[in-house]
Write a protein that binds this ligand. Structure first.
Ligand code: MET
Length: 340
């Protein structure tokens, strides 16, 4: 009951990469970098276990960014000539690589870190991949000329990697789709179809993470513009509820998402965001348990997975460690309070 999990990413230690950044520069190269990534992975697996989390991840220590990490292993993408592009409906600008030819995987993308993580934990292991719609929104297209066609091409590649991750022993594969609350019409037209293509044939648990973004300034400003109630999920949850995806996330703590929207996800596991990623104030176990209590009005206990609102990548490392503990302690308190 109340199996705890995180959105995926954790801060990189300062000997691995620049800190407090979404697109940090690595501190080493070649073999030394490879080793440093695995060392950081081990450190965070231990920290998640020590905190008492039920499901652990590799902390996304081996990728520079949650979308571009996957793209680095895709043929047909030019990383040498990045261009500035407005992403998430021009919410912020990013330097993005360009799609310049047919897309194909160069080989395995995440075999090293997934197998390494699997070898070092007996807990459930979740592995995250960017979703097709979010990828399409984070690259510049100079080849396909058609968003849906390009998304389906990415979905096929994601599916190849997802099936291989399952064979590596991963228990849960999560696709990250923060673009899902920006382009709601497209989500219903093709976003969920592309997501299901990416998850096709998986027998392990399939999750989708949707959110209002990291705790960076552009997102904080955007949220201020969304009004008193954030109802975006209302437009996409019905279709997600009838999809083949098992677990769906939503922000709860410090968010303006009306909690009754969780009721639209009947039958699904709901990853309920009980940890704010936009504030360094560490939640108390009581606050976490209170948030779980509110969500229980709309989600049965066996389907409720306490989670972080989004990834912790740009956060201070020590704050993140304390937030992991707050998450686990809050869930433990909720088990006592609501367990019987
Ligand atoms: N898995 C990603 C992370 O935890 C999701 C990011 S969505 C903006 O960082």
């Amino acid at each position: 009951m109340f199996e705890t999990t995180i959105a995926g990413s954790l801060p990189k230690p300062d000997w691995l990469a620049e800190t407090h950044k979404l697109w940090p520069q690595w501190r080493a190269q070649g073999e030394a970098l490879k080793q440093a990534k695995l060392d950081a992975t081990l450190l965070w697996i231990k920290a998640q276990e020590d905190a008492g989390l039920d499901v652990v991840t590799d902390g996304e220590q081996s990728r520079q960014h949650f979308v571009h990490g996957f793209l680095e292993q895709v043929e047909g993408i030019d990383f040498e000539h990045k261009v500035k592009m407005g992403i998430r409906d021009n919410r912020y600008e990013a330097m993005v690589p360009q799609v310049v030819g047919p897309l194909r995987l160069k080989g395995r993308v995440h075999a090293d870190e997934a197998r390494f993580a699997r070898a070092h934990t007996k807990r459930k292991l979740k592995f995250t991949l960017p979703g097709p719609m979010t990828i399409v929104d984070t690259v510049a297209d100079r080849y396909y000329g058609d968003k849906v066609k390009m998304a389906m091409a990415f979905a096929e590649l994601l599916n190849q990697e997802a099936l291989a991750l399952q064979a590596d022993g991963v228990d849960i594969i999560q696709f990250d789709e923060p673009a899902f609350n920006v382009y709601m019409k497209e989500v219903n037209e093709w976003g969920i179809r592309a997501l299901e293509r990416a998850a096709q044939g998986l027998a392990c648990t399939k999750a989708v993470h949707i959110c209002y973004g990291y705790g960076i300034q552009a997102n904080i400003d955007w949220k201020k513009s969304l009004g008193e109630e954030w109802r975006q999920y209302e437009q996409i949850f019905p279709a997600l509820a009838s999809s083949s995806i098992d677990q769906i996330s939503l922000e709860c703590y410090h968010s303006h998402v009306p909690p009754d929207l969780m009721g639209l996800l009947k039958g699904k596991d709901v990853m309920v965001g009980v940890i704010d990623v936009a504030s360094d104030t560490v939640e108390t176990p009581e606050e976490v348990a209170d948030t779980i209590g509110r969500a229980l009005q709309f989600v049965p206990a066996r389907h409720l997975l306490p989670c972080t609102n989004c990834g912790l990548a740009p956060m201070d490392r020590h704050v993140a460690e304390r937030k992991l503990r707050a998450l686990a302690e809050g869930a433990a308190l909720a088990r006592q309070r609501y367990g019987g």
